[in-house]
Design a protein around this ligand. Structure first.
Ligand SMILES: Cc1cc2nc3c(=O)[nH]c(=O)nc-3n(C[C@H](O)[C@H](O)[C@H](O)COP(=O)(O)OP(=O)(O)OC[C@H]3O[C@@H](n4cnc5c(N)ncnc54)[C@H](O)[C@@H]3O)c2cc1C
Ligand code: SF4
Length: 515
């Protein structure tokens, strides 16, 4: 049977389920650059260069294998501009079936299923074998639980893949070594240079296309240094294991001025687009531990991110979509401040993180969570705007992964499905984990007043504002007993400072920001 094998732009793996049993003499692989993929939200320019160049390089490797490929370029005259349009355009009568791997996002799956109903030939949608857990597995796990906590799902995954497990028990006696992973870097520590790839002629061409078609999108294109092939992605993994993994755990939460990369792996973009296999990353870290190259807290910390968090986040997405995208438990409705785009703010931590995001299409987890996310939570920004921003700005962002991280992890908009308490923090946390406060216009030790760090009063205002929802949460007992002891003058000062801060933001933004 002659089949059309359709690949989505984030399915750049020749091991993917849709290419299994491909018959190169009869079948055709279809890979298309379509405008809809890059403008559903207006992605960061660097991210578009990364995706387009990776697609073009991937298509070259398929051709080298002598696999038949139709590759549609963005600026081709007949390009319909949509994924569905391109599938229909290339579906000539010689094909008896379409085979594809399930798209990673819910709205794409709906579009595909609608197409299926309209076409005269069958579409076989295969499970995405790049993930380590299936939808069915996650559903079954979730049915047997009162609370869907990542930690327990992670343990199940450790057993399933027998990773850092001996005779059914966790290596070293504990499942999770997170408590050891909160160090602040010493001045003497050298942070290795990140993996870099010089753009080749394909990437150079793509850069000029992105400059032409997506010039009004957020972010800086150049310098462009990301890898765009599976070989580059593997090199990045090897370098990470050799040079960074040892300190990954220790300094996972640390943030330093002008050090965007720290000891993180910078692999998410490659994994999410199909250039790197998540299991390969996990096994490389496990091997490094058993070869005495890295400590257990480092290896376990990294493995947990991929085998635990990444799979769990995807499980939540598919379990709860489509209603999940409309969650707004805290009824947050403020607009996104313009400085999320411009970086123009006196709050130094936010300025650093936005400017790095603009430059690199990357910020590490704690910057996304405890600075950018924390501010959005404390000031009550509407989850729709926050989700859109995160989806646009990061090289690794797809709805399946940004949505649970934003709606669940940072905004508590799902009412505690993903996290047992909101990740809210005052300036003290940012000061403990970074050196941002040293050069900030605000004073992190001042609690109230014009010079006080805004995170300090915004934090308490948030707890006061949502007391009805949080006061019975056992994990917030200490917070509410502290609040109870606060005198009325302090509470009034918190409310007044918050009101004035939000009013000033509102004047700058020309949008309603009142508390
Ligand atoms: C608000 C918010 C939004 C996020 N949006 C995205 C996103 O759109 N795409 C994305 O891949 N990750 C997202 N993350 C998760 C995490 O921040 C990034 O995966 C990580 O920063 C990528 O950098 P890295 O490769 O250097 O990761 P490392 O710190 O080196 O971690 C290793 C790997 O673990 C995985 N991982 C770690 N944490 C998570 C997580 N919470 N969810 C899913 N995978 C995880 C990633 O594949 C990552 O490459 C988000 C986190 C937050 C708090
Ligand atoms: S003082 Fe406050 S606003 Fe300034 S960098 Fe520190 S935490 Fe951020």
């Amino acid at each position: 049977m002659k089949t059309l094998r359709f690949l989505y732009p984030d399915q750049l793996s020749n091991q993917i389920s849709s290419l299994r049993d491909l018959d190169p003499k009869k079948d055709i692989i279809l890979l298309c650059e379509t405008l809809d993929w890059f403008t559903t939200v207006k992605h960061h320019k660097k991210k578009i260069v990364f995706i387009l160049s990776s697609m073009r390089h991937f298509s070259e490797t398929l051709k080298q294998k002598k696999w038949p490929v139709i590759y549609v370029k963005l600026n081709e005259e007949d390009n319909t501009g949509t994924i569905i349009g391109e599938i229909k355009r290339h579906l000539t009568s010689k094909f008896e079936k379409i085979i594809t791997t399930e798209p990673s996002e819910h709205y794409s799956l709906i579009a595909l299923k609608n197409l299926q109903n309209r076409l005269g030939i069958p579409i076989e949608i295969r499970e995405d074998n790049r993930f380590l857990s299936t939808h069915q597995e996650f559903q079954e796990w979730s049915k047997s639980r009162k609370e869907l906590r990542m930690e327990f799902f992670y343990r199940k995954m450790r057993h399933k893949y027998n990773v850092l497990v001996k005779n059914g028990l966790p290596e070293g006696g504990q499942w999770n070594y997170d408590a050891q992973n909160r160090k602040f870097p010493k001045n003497t520590l050298t942070i290795p240079k990140p993996h870099r790839v010089k753009p080749d002629s394909i990437t150079e061409e793509v850069i000029s296309i992105v400059q032409k078609y997506f010039d009004d999108h957020f972010g800086e294109i150049e310098p462009f240094y990301h890898g765009v092939t599976d070989i580059h992605a593997k090199q990045a993994l090897v370098l990470f294991i050799q040079e960074r993994l040892q300190y990954f755990g220790d300094y996972q939460d640390a943030m330093l001025l002008n050090e965007p990369w720290m000891f993180h792996s910078h692999l998410s973009g490659y994994i999410n687009i199909g250039l790197l296999d998540p299991l390969e990353c996990i096994q490389a870290a496990e091997k490094a531990y058993y070869s005495n190259l890295v400590s257990l807290n480092a290896a376990e910390g990294f493995i947990r991110q991929i085998l635990g968090w990444r799979e769990y986040i995807r499980g939540i997405y598919w379990l709860k979509m489509p209603s999940y995208q409309n969650s707004n438990y805290l009824k947050a409705k403020k607009p996104l401040p313009d400085f999320y785009w411009s970086g123009d703010t006196k709050l130094n931590c936010l300025k650093q993180c936005v400017n790095e995001t603009k430059r690199n299409a990357y910020a590490h987890h704690i910057q996304r969570l405890m600075v950018l996310g924390n501010f959005a939570l404390l000031t009550g920004i509407d989850p729709q705007y926050v989700n859109e921003w995160y989806w646009i700005v990061y090289i690794d962002a797809y709805q399946w992964v940004e949505l649970p991280n934003v709606t669940g992890m940072i905004l508590y908009a799902d009412g505690g499905l993903l996290g047992s308490k909101p990740y809210a923090a005052s300036g003290a946390y940012i000061n403990k984990m970074s050196d941002y406060c040293k050069s900030c216009a605000y004073n992190v030790s001042e609690k109230n007043g014009k010079n006080a760090c805004p995170f300090n009063y915004l934090y308490w205002n948030f707890m006061i504002q949502h007391e009805d929802k949080f006061k019975k949460n056992p994990r917030l007992n200490m917070v509410y007993s502290q609040l109870k002891k606060m005198d009325i003058e302090r509470i009034e000062a918190i409310k007044k400072d918050t009101f004035e801060f939000l009013k000033e933001l509102s004047n700058r933004e020309n949008e309603p920001y009142e508390n």
